[in-house]
Design a protein around this ligand. Structure first.
Ligand SMILES: [Zn+2]
Ligand SMILES: [Zn+2]
Length: 263
């Protein structure tokens, strides 16, 4: 029996300044968790909020780090090279968008310039209209999909991180964003980082994943590890979640080309 394909496409390195542990420890953990395709997708450089990401000068270092483990562990695991790119209009950079990667994850961590998932700025939710904030967030995801810069949508409903939940119907709020994701032929990641956060559930929620499934939007899996011991956590939970919704296949990318495999 061949080993089942286990894909994990969103993981960080120390270069982003808020992750810990040597890259080879992440890879070893992935191997011991039975992951067969492991993506390194660290936070791409950007001329905004530089302290939470690598610098443009570190892009070559990042590439060589990943190439080194790709070669060293190639008999045990396939390592892919990618970036998680912050979608922030006016701050997109060709050096990242045109980089020679396997794939790009597009994520929104800022509404205008507000880092809404950063506990330092949580005060902004108090007294704000949560429905409006959610709509602004999903409008941004729609714009991001329409740029067609990215292959994967990072943590689709990150806006729920601190459990500020709108009164309105979430699927309705996200509907146009999902339609744009479908039109752009992007993949949604099932990201388990939400289990480690106040929202204590994966991204996206069941209601959004069910809508994505109806629309025929493909998925992939992500640990979003910022420490080696986070690689492969909640794997059984997230696979069962995807199966309950109806998914049987997940995606990975090589040189921006998509492949689908059973999980
Ligand atoms: Zn991070
Ligand atoms: Zn992210």
């Amino acid at each position: 029996m061949p080993k089942p394909t286990k894909v994990d496409l969103h993981n960080h390195t120390v270069l982003c300044n808020h992750a810990e542990g040597e890259l080879h420890l992440y890879i070893k953990e992935a191997i011991s968790q039975g992951i067969t395709i492991y993506g390194v997708s660290d936070h791409a450089p950007m001329d905004f909020d530089p302290k939470y990401r690598m610098s443009f000068e570190q892009m070559n270092e990042y590439k060589s780090m990943v190439r080194f483990v790709q070669e060293k562990y190639k008999d045990k695991i396939e390592v892919l090279f990618a970036y998680e790119v912050d979608y922030l209009p006016g701050h997109m950079d060709k050096r990242v968008l045109d980089a020679d990667v396997d794939y790009l994850i597009g994520s929104a961590h800022f509404i205008d310039k507000w880092g809404f998932d950063n506990p330092e700025f949580i005060g902004k939710y108090e007294g704000a209209n949560i429905d409006t904030i959610w709509q602004e967030y999903f409008d941004l995801i729609k714009d991001m999909a329409e740029t067609r810069y990215f292959d994967i949508v990072g943590h689709l409903d990150l806006i729920k991180v601190f459990k500020y939940i709108p009164k309105g119907d979430i699927v309705e709020i996200a509907e146009e964003a999902l339609q744009a994701i479908k039109n752009a032929d992007m993949v949604l990641e099932l990201n388990v980082a939400g289990y480690r956060k106040p929202c204590s559930e994966p991204y996206p929620s069941r209601a959004l994943l069910e809508r994505a499934f109806q629309m025929g939007i493909p998925i992939t899996f992500s640990s979003d590890a910022h420490k080696p011991e986070q690689v492969g956590l909640f794997r059984d939970e997230i696979e069962s979640f995807a199966k309950e919704v109806g998914y049987t296949q997940c995606a990975y990318f090589k040189k921006r080309k998509r492949f689908m495999v059973d999980f």
